[in-house]
Design a protein around this ligand. Sequence first.
Ligand SMILES: *[C@@H]1O[C@H](CO)[C@@H](O)[C@H](O)[C@H]1NC(C)=O
Ligand SMILES: *[C@@H]1O[C@H](CO)[C@@H](O)[C@H](O)[C@H]1NC(C)=O
Ligand SMILES: *[C@@H]1O[C@H](CO)[C@@H](O)[C@H](O)[C@H]1NC(C)=O
Ligand SMILES: *[C@@H]1O[C@H](CO)[C@@H](O)[C@H](O)[C@H]1NC(C)=O
Ligand SMILES: *[C@@H]1O[C@H](CO)[C@@H](O)[C@H](O)[C@H]1NC(C)=O
Ligand SMILES: *[C@@H]1O[C@H](CO)[C@@H](O)[C@H](O)[C@H]1NC(C)=O
Length: 369
Amino acid sequence: MSILSLLAAISCLLSGVLGQSHVQPQGTLHRRAYFYVGQTYIAQGNSSIAAGQMYIEHLTPAAVTQPFPILFIHGLGMTGTNFLNTPDGRLGWADYFLSKGYELYIVDQPSRARSPWQPTVDGVLVATDTFTTELHFTAVERFKFWPQAVLHTQWPGNGSVGDPTFDKFYASMVPSLNSTTEQSIKIKNAGSQLLDQIGPVILMSHSQSGPFGWILADSRPKQVKAIVALEPSGPPFINAVFPPFTPNRTFGLTDIPIAYDPPITNASEIGRVVVSEIPGVTCFQQTEPARKLINLVDIPVLAVTSEASYHAQYDNCSVGYLRQAGVSVEHIRLADVGIHGNGHMFFMEKNGIQIADQVIRPWISKIRK
Ligand SMILES: *[C@@H]1O[C@H](CO)[C@@H](O)[C@H](O)[C@H]1NC(C)=O
Ligand SMILES: *[C@@H]1O[C@H](CO)[C@@H](O)[C@H](O)[C@H]1NC(C)=O
Ligand SMILES: *[C@@H]1O[C@H](CO)[C@@H](O)[C@H](O)[C@H]1NC(C)=O
Ligand SMILES: *[C@@H]1O[C@H](CO)[C@@H](O)[C@H](O)[C@H]1NC(C)=O
Ligand SMILES: *[C@@H]1O[C@H](CO)[C@@H](O)[C@H](O)[C@H]1NC(C)=O
Ligand SMILES: *[C@@H]1O[C@H](CO)[C@@H](O)[C@H](O)[C@H]1NC(C)=O
């Protein structure tokens, strides 16, 4: 046996042990850079400060083999670290997609983490507390707040305070702007400028940033080749699962205006009707004839929903809304393709690489033109 094949055998053995048959245990060789987009100078006495800028981490593999980069946008309380390594120290989706030849851009949303929050300019920040984090994301099986929660098995550790993986994950969380409307406006501004610089891209959104994916694609439709929406915030018009069931996402799936055809000048012009109802989820669609989300109709969307997340309760409603508005959406429920036990943070759970490899990459690899 040659040294090389011996090394290859050891590497296979190690990756088998680590349960990551597609990511080299030592990671993927790449170059890292960072930059900012979107700042404006704000007068401050006889000087100025910059506000509104967004941090972008740019990772380029030694060999780029894919036509479009992936732009990752994290969710509420989170930062770009979500996609780097996992809280328990395994390699994450960034390494996986680098190993498949994708160039990556990973942001920290404006006013959060390495994107500065300016106390004299930006709105109030709020923290996501440990109870909310356990209840929504990491220990859902203990609270059983929705029926599918009992199926959650893929979070590493018990998902609660005191568990080393939870503690590391929670330590990585940061305060977010309290106003989703303010966050939407800021990411639309910085994100549109980013897309002008780096597009076209495949946009990967998660949770809170699901709506930001629709907003950015609406703003720069030619710069977004496809959207992978990992459990995007929904459902249309109203809060679900977690009371109070008050209005939300006034423009259907977004908090700020997005283009409809025929056009609207006020969100109240979007007619709505209840099409299904289960405890905690009222599902609205538009009254027919439905207006089209005209700038999104040529952009393929993959929506991904895990088995045990609260999104299992309503992602079908958001998908129905998009389809009715003319958007081509493929909706994959992980359980339907044999991937069980995941919650909302599935990309960092025990089988996260399997999901990237069996679900996400096969879909995005078809985006060629
Ligand atoms: C700007 O104002 C500060 C405080 O009022 C003062 O100390 C500083 O010298 C001023 N700088 C200039 C360039 O005028
Ligand atoms: C989770 O595990 C930690 C560490 O073992 C322990 O301190 C804590 O009580 C556990 N929490 C629950 C809810 O089981
Ligand atoms: C956050 O916004 C909600 C309304 O959406 C408001 O009730 C709450 O007081 C705000 N929190 C802070 C800390 O301003
Ligand atoms: C709107 O919904 C999102 C999650 O879907 C939630 O984080 C946010 O707090 C809600 N906003 C209001 C004002 O209820
Ligand atoms: C939109 O319409 C509603 C209901 O008719 C009204 O209360 C609101 O002021 C309007 N908003 C704008 C920005 O015109
Ligand atoms: C969404 O799925 C639920 C079951 O979880 C079902 O009751 C409801 O009818 C579905 N709604 C739509 C609009 O497909």
